[in-house]
Ligand binder design. Sequence first.
Ligand code: ATP
Ligand code: MG
Length: 600
Amino acid sequence: MSNSTEKPTGSEPAAAPVHRHFIHETLARDVEAGRHGKRIATRFPPEPNGYLHIGHAKSICLNFSMAREFGGTCNLRMDDTNPTREDVEYVESIREDVRWLIQGWADKSLRLKKQGDASGVGVSAIESPGQAVEPFYASDYFGALYEYAETLIRKGKAYICDLTPEETEKYRGSPDVKGQDSPYRNRSVEENLDLFRRMRAGEFKDGARTLRAKIDMSSPNIWLRDPVLYRIRHAEHHHTGRQWCIYPMYDFAHCLSDYIEGITHSICTLEFEVHRPLYDWILQALELPRELPRQYEFARLNLGYTLMSKRKLLQLLQENIVTGWDDPRMPTLSGLRRRGFSADSIRKFCERIGVTKYNGLTDASLLELSIREDLNARAHRVMGVLRPLEVVIENYPEDKVELLEAVNNPEDPSAGTRQIPFSRVLYIEQDDFMENPPKKFFRLVPGGEVRLRYAYILKCVGVDKAPDGRVVRLRCTIDPDSKSGGSTASRKIKGTIHWVSASHCVQAEVRLYDRLFTVEEPDAGSNPDFRKFLNPMSLEVLTECRLEPRLKDAQPGESFQFERLGYFCADAKDTHPGKPVFNRTVTLRDGWAKEQQKPS
Ligand code: ATP
Ligand code: MG
């Protein structure tokens, strides 16, 4: 198969070329060898116990790109075998995030569950924009899994054990201490079947008994020392209600869910490598009729300056360090989306970091680079003043308003132009004026000149101060011939600054977001308290911002480049008609890299 570069087909947007990596090679080899009738079926199996984060995006992109690449399918499956930690809120958010990330790119590969079809046979895909994603649920297989468990018992390969969880742990031993057989290991098939059925019927309390695989208590692989397959848990399940009081363990449910769905390649992160022998043991012990799925592992994403664990992200929420799963500082897909990251930029990032077998730390600036590139190509340029300072142009008539032409996006001529009102009273950025400037300050100073973007050359002729000495107003003049087309339009001036017209602008709140932590690995080491490394400047809220009039009608989620400042996105929750709230997605340049190069 030739696929190092890929042409877009039909109306699908062009995707980044698929680079060959070891997973890709494996799949290509298996197709070539005719495994599974040359079919490729992958799955993305999140546990609905939190929102998806950028690490999950890596897994989604990998699984869907492989399905897409080989004309196969990818199932979204809720790995929902743990009733006490899971919730429908998480199921809903996962459905939405996956749809958002793959729609228009790999949605043809998405295999959806048909309504009323628990086995999930039947292929379909997102057919219309906004269509809901109907995932598969591992909990739909509880009946089938129960039957498989009975089969194992009948084959003498599983038994009911009455050891307590603590005893079970002790009997298991450690990597260099052999385990010890459970005293219940040699129960008869009849007794095991009877006890298992009574477990299911709810006769026993939580933790009283477990079903365990009968493998090898002296195996060097601790996961093969008679692992627990089922446990008693009298708990309500978000998908199956009170139907069950015994629940399968991850290792038992996962391989069999893969088998039931006809998955060919079960791709997961490296920490599951040691589980692979158990994955294979369970499937082989059942002597199943169809060709078996196989597990492959790749390195998980660890991204600098943030956390990549749902449990720790939940802690940030519970301790009110962030406002929710979709706080724009969170590495969750909903947080990144709210911050202004596009699905495309996240997919490009995943493409860029590649797929390897070695765990490492990915530079946070790579993610920022992806969104900068994306927004540079498509975001309209606008002017917005975050910390306004009033400027009165004394030689400009009070009632005059000029409309000046500005280019919406120099990278994209089709984005056109717009007109910006210019008048006697303007706002400029407080930072763009200094009364006692250092050398090489090329912005406005008393008696000095600066060019106003798209407009005139401005000269500061006086400074009005409050009683406390604070500068409250600049008195200025313009060179009336210095506008585009004028006789002094090409007069050389070192600095150009942005501005808005005071009587035309819209007042808005702007939220300046920055990295959540001050160190690359806030949770490194054995048991560090990552809260010690929180960045106190991760959010700054400015409520007095003045933006050019066009932004009054910014749509929730719409992105812009505020010239000289960065990329900003109208907050999807708090933006209301005529009252926009903006989130800073990313600065124009990587300020952190500069910070690190400073001599200390
Ligand atoms: P967390 O530790 O954040 O709770 P998890 O592994 O428990 O993550 P799951 O919902 O079980 O989360 O993950 C679903 C899939 O996403 C799994 O196949 C898992 O391997 C993959 N995955 C999770 N985290 C990452 C990551 N950081 N990088 C790549 N893949 C990941
Ligand atoms: Mg997990």
